[in-house]
Design a protein around this ligand. Sequence first.
Ligand code: AMP
Ligand code: MG
Length: 509
Amino acid sequence: MGVTGLEKLEWLSRFIDQTPGDKQIGGKPRQVPGVCWSRVAPSIPPNPKLILWSKEMANKLKLERGHELVLGGGSVVDGMLPYAQRYGGHQFGNWAHQLGDGRAITLGEVQLPDEVLELQLKGAGTTPYSRFADGKAVLRSSVREFLCSEAMFHLNVPTTRALSLVTTGEMVTRDVMYDGNPAPEIGAVVCRVAPSFIRFGSFQIHTADGNYDALRQLLEHTVKNHFPQHSVADDNGRINWLTHVAEQTAIMISNWMRVGFVHGVMNTDNMSIHGLTIDYGPYGWLENYDHDWTPNTTDSSRRRYRYDQQPQIGAWNVARLLESIAPLMDDVELLYQVLERYNQYYSELQNSMWLEKLGMENLQESDETLVDELTSLLQQVETDMTIFFRLLSAVEQPDITLLKAAFYDQDNIPVTEWNVWLNKWWKRVDGLPNRDKMNEVNPKYVLRNWMAQLAIDGAEAGDYSICEELYQLLKQPYAEQPEFDEKWFKKRPEWARHRVGCSMLSCSS
Ligand code: AMP
Ligand code: MG
């Protein structure tokens, strides 16, 4: 199949054609009531360089490698009508009102044979929604978004994608730990791709404004283009659509739990209406299995977005979406059933997730206890989640010494307790766990926090080889890639335990 240039793609502008927009183009940060978008022009990068390129994403778009000028924000091609989206959101549980794309600019939507994909630049300068910030992004956070979103795709976790990472040739000042030490960093722009970047907060803002016309138009646009199997002409249709969104959200979060991903900032403005993982900020991966862990230092005291609270936060966020649709409902009481469905569906997904992770079939009553005992044992001493589950699929007998590589302190493994548990599990699977299934759901390689940091350290020094190596490695996270094991199939090294960027991340990006 031949590849082509950006200018040859078929560009659509459905979002701006079908929803109300700002009369002014660009302009200073301000409140823009009643609209879904503002037209803007990306900032021109002084010296754009294409650094990372997703071949898989490009193949989907039938796009040849290149285009650093456009993908860095320096130019548009015919058919692109760049805009920033307006949305609101609950941040850490509090309503923040207008947020919007403060440093994201959509270039346009591309018509492909069987889908439409939106291309959006992250870090291409200010928009009316930039509030007090500069609309830029730094290399560090851009590498994290590019690598992680592509890795999540290959892990079969619903996610937005990345096409490219372009450095801009401009320095951007950031105070990484918000401790009064700002420093210049290399500026970058990621081009990310999704069916749309419509969020829960995209609906919430209109309800908060009391602008139900805009709310209805956005709802109709969303359903017509992205959920054509649904109709929102009546309560029944609206409930079916909302149920679909709630289910997709539950699917996304159960996948996060399966692979040990912690999003870090599950604000309602960061919840995609498609149930895609979106807005890769201070996310992290469980290394030692710790239910309470969150990578986000901004949330370190309350831990609202900690690993094991993600499913409940999903429900809380779905409830906020339901409230935002309430003004369009004839019978608002019906909305409760969507929340019930989320909870019930999530628990079904969780059950099947555990069956698969443990190579078991046909849920039994005792499985809940088996899983509870496992997760509490995993936390008794530092135990690496990824290595534990991967090695579990290979054990030939219920003996914890076969799994000792998963323990951070191998002299202090609670051997007796572990062997009691392993024997229970072994009996449950009749000595024949479904090893193939286990290896399909328990990844061997994930983007551990320190791995991303090593890629960033290299990139900041002008060496992108680790970025490339990780990008290649993480295309096949479930495959055995023994040539990489010494380097990447291993526990968090000691240096990473307290290093900024590994154990601690801020929202600064
Ligand atoms: P986030 O926590 O990344 O989801 O961002 C929350 C809000 O802050 C969104 O409206 C972003 O667009 C905005 N924002 C974050 N960083 C910047 C930045 N550097 N410049 C402008 N707006 C930003
Ligand atoms: Mg965001």
